[in-house]
Design a protein around this ligand. Structure first.
Ligand code: MG
Length: 385
């Protein structure tokens, strides 16, 4: 598959816990390659293009969307996986799939939908990503969802409350038993963090919502700035920003690889089951880098995510989602016919919670612009439907 040997504790086709519906192995591809290809062909994946990361899609063409974010996560994951002789295909798959269940309008969307679903079991985008690949995609004749391997599903479900874990069968068990996922899942989880910490700094600077001056007040960033400035004093700021951001990514990735290498050497897992039964995650940053990461996160929260212009968009998005949700709850006949069908089915099985879940599926599947259009159609008297 790779033309190179994977570590004995990597996720391997031979030790995979398999798919929920058994299928013949693919010709010319590994099991995790097939998973990745199914994700790329899915509808939910294409929709990521028009879902917000921090900036709503129409605010500019230069900023990250969920799609480019997911591609960056996959790319960083592959580098880390390859350096540690782990399964690059699996890490790539998890990276591409990890945000499939994300609502429109980024975290504001997730938080408000969770609030709307409070009495009906809540809404969690991680769990929704799993629901997308397990049930909601309708592409194959023989099964609902994408029928991915256990290992891909295990990686997609990063966190999960115990009460939900109990309903999930095999992939929920590790949260109850306090076990770990594969190293590929562990590293992709951190690659996600590396990606958004770095690209949010980049987008923040280029949008003008944060300034280089502000950034330099943080010691870690200032060190990066000075490193760049010393070498390229005459470079315009616009290009200095890129040099800073690429160092930001490199330092985190290299720290993660080196720390994890050392930890693997001391834990000495022999198989993926040893990894799963270890008392804690093996893939990790050094303590110093973990500290820096907290500083970066705090900086972004205070200066970008709480920026009044970002907050205005978030508040507006939250209002739209809330209004959509209650309009559909009050009158399901406003839903497109196929969703009315699903509501009917779910109501007979799970009552009002069943209805709410289908409405949450519908809303979570919307892109930013689709949600705005749908809101206009329902609430703007001048718009025809
Ligand atoms: Mg992400």
């Amino acid at each position: 598959m790779h033309g190179r040997l994977l570590a004995s504790y990597a996720a391997l086709d031979e030790t995979s816990h398999g798919r929920r519906h058994s299928e013949k192995s693919p010709a010319y591809r590994g099991e995790f390659q097939r998973d990745r290809d199914r994700i790329i062909h899915s509808t939910a994946f294409r929709r990521l293009e028009y879902k917000t990361q921090v900036f709503v899609n129409h605010e500019g063409d230069l900023f990250r969307t969920r799609l480019t974010h997911s591609i960056e996560v996959a790319q960083i994951s592959r580098t880390i996986a390859r350096s540690l002789d782990l399964n690059e295909d699996l890490s790539e798959t998890i990276g591409l799939a990890h945000d499939l269940g994300h609502t429109p309008f980024g975290h504001a969307g997730q938080d408000i939908l969770n609030e709307c679903m409070h009495d009906y079991g809540g809404f969690e985008h991680n769990l929704q990503s799993l629901r997308v690949v397990d049930e909601l995609e309708e592409k194959y004749a023989q099964f609902p969802g994408l029928n991915l391997t256990f290992e891909s599903r295990e990686g997609i479900l990063k966190h999960c409350a115990i009460k939900n874990a109990k309903l999930l069968g095999d992939v929920g068990e590790r949260f109850i038993n306090k076990h770990q996922p594969s190293l590929e899942a562990q590293l992709t989880n951190l690659a996600d963090e590396i990606a958004y910490n770095s690209h949010d700094v980049d987008d923040g600077l280029r949008s003008g919502l944060i300034s280089l001056q502000q950034l330099r007040e943080v010691e870690f960033f200032n060190r990066l700035y000075e490193e760049v400035d010393e070498k390229y004093a005459d470079l315009p700021d616009r290009r200095k920003i890129y040099e800073i951001v690429r160092r930001l990514i490199s330092y985190q990735v290299i720290d993660l690889i080196e720390t994890s290498k050392a930890r693997i050497e001391s834990v000495k897992p022999e198989t993926i089951e040893d990894v799963r039964h270890h008392s804690e995650a093996i893939i990790s940053y050094s303590d110093a880098m973990r500290e820096q990461n907290l500083v970066i996160k705090r900086f972004l929260r205070e200066n970008l995510y709480m920026h009044y212009r970002v907050r205005r968009m978030s508040a507006k998005s939250a209002r739209m989602i809330k209004e959509l949700f209650s309009a559909f709850m009050q009158d399901v006949l406003l839903l497109p016919p196929e969703y009315q069908e699903r509501v009917k089915q779910q109501r007979s099985e799970a009552g009002e919670s069943g209805q709410a879940r289908i409405i949450a599926d519908y809303i979570a599947g919307m892109t930013d612009r689709y949600a705005m259009a749908e809101h206009g159609k329902l609430f703007d008297p001048k718009q025809l439907t």
